[in-house]
Design a protein around this ligand. Structure first.
Ligand code: FE2
Length: 199
């Protein structure tokens, strides 16, 4: 299992919750009301699993390792990815603000749906770029020693930075949301392969 495989497996879980968010946006736009509990849980997932855990590994380790191999940040592929991560953070903040206002602002549900749809489009395209382009470029450039260094660094992110058991809690939250909203669960990796982050 390469570091890019770990990131790709995490993408499948993120896509599962994007599908949940799509249902929440549809409901909010149609009914004028936000399902606050599910929306807060999805936002929590995107902030902590997608951003802190997954983007954290990319921004702190994977992208710098690519830049060390000569891929430029300014005007290069990692610069584009970082810009899109920032756009995503702004849209998640927009969703969270709309949910917080949804009790007494009649336009909040429409605002939530609008930010959610923009976020879904952004992240789906972003994941496609990483899975089909960026990771292949990186894997061609990385030596076996580079790959091992990244695997060790990812492990450290999970155990020292994020904390034991947190990753599993968010995988469970992704499945709870999917079951509640009728979204299919992401395919599990083949037997013996860790699902993500070495877990
Ligand atoms: Fe990613």
């Amino acid at each position: 299992m390469k570091p890019s495989d770990i990131l790709s497996h995490e993408h499948r879980v993120i896509e599962q919750v994007l599908e949940c968010l799509e249902k929440l946006a549809e409901q909010a736009a149609a009914s004028g009301r936000v399902d606050e509990q599910s929306a807060r849980e999805a936002i929590d997932f995107f902030r902590n699993f997608a951003d802190r855990c997954h983007h954290g590994k990319e921004e702190t380790h994977f992208f710098p390792a690519m830049e060390a191999k000569g891929f430029p940040r300014d005007g290069g592929p990692t610069g584009v990815m970082l810009y899109e991560h920032d756009q995503g953070r702004r849209l998640v903040t927009g969703m969270a603000d709309a949910v917080a206002a949804s009790g007494d602002d009649p336009d909040a549900a429409a605002r939530f749906a609008q930010h959610a749809r923009q976020f879904i489009d952004l992240l789906r395209e972003h994941i496609q770029k990483e899975d089909h382009c960026l990771f292949a470029m990186a894997d061609q450039a990385f030596t076996d020693a580079d790959q091992q260094r990244l695997l060790d660094a990812f492990d450290k992110v999970e155990h020292e930075h994020i904390g034991a058991g947190v990753h599993e809690r968010y995988l469970e939250l992704a499945n709870t949301l999917a079951r509640r909203l009728g979204v299919p669960l992401a395919a599990q990796p083949a037997d013996g392969a860790p699902s993500c982050c070495g877990h």
